[in-house]
Design a binder for this molecule. Sequence first.
Ligand code: G3P
Ligand code: CA
Length: 264
Amino acid sequence: MPAENYRPLVFAHRGGADALPEHTLGAYLRALEEGADGLECDVRLTRDGHLVCVHDGRLERTSNGRGRVSAKTLADLETLNFGSWHPGYPAEEELPVLSRLLTLERLLEALLSSGRRVRLLIETKHPSRYGAEVERRLVRMLRHYGLADPKPDDLVQVTVMSFAALALRRIRAQAPGVPRVFLMEFVPPGLGRGRLPFGAHAAGPGVEVIRARPGLLPAIRAAGHQTYVWTVNEPADLELVLAHRVDGVITDRPRFVLDQLGGV
Ligand code: G3P
Ligand code: CA
């Protein structure tokens, strides 16, 4: 159990990928019903320039399609089933909410019309392959929905995340008010003092990074940054990140984490 008066934000990784097919609207909405504070969403570009919520570069693992997401048009992807591969997909009937491709636009529309407050962590994938296009289109979409210049009473509060400093720099240049998380699967050289590069507000280390470098989070916090740790699915991982008093826990199992936190 966490210490008194401390309760991290809980984010459903890829919409809470354990129970339902990742990155489907049904998964995201269920995570919010369960009490998650926010959602984590990966975005990529289709060949015709649409931002879609798909983690992998290829289609095979999470759909009945084949090939690269970036080689397909939005219309191509709309014909695929993105849910039937998952054990949590109901065998008896076709459910669009658990099988239809989710676009970022559709996700934002659904969240904004839900009327509830939600934090949305958007991870841009592969900034080098697409040039500046992913971030450019993302900022344009955030502007369209009035989310590029965040205000405290915004219903949807967007943070952009990336493993690529280049992507964070582009966001800073185009939408400086949008918070940015620098993701890490290892400790980048030169981070010994915990100061993050490129104006990132928060660090997003993998849980294995924390285990390997216990001094990292205290240093990052001492430098004034928040910490969001992924992917916290197991009891021992949760115990570790709670001991570090992280600001955000990103998990495939939001129900489990919320239960452990005692429904606070
Ligand atoms: O939240 C960060 C985490 O999602 C990064 O890993 O591969 O699941 O996108 P990945
Ligand atoms: Ca991600």
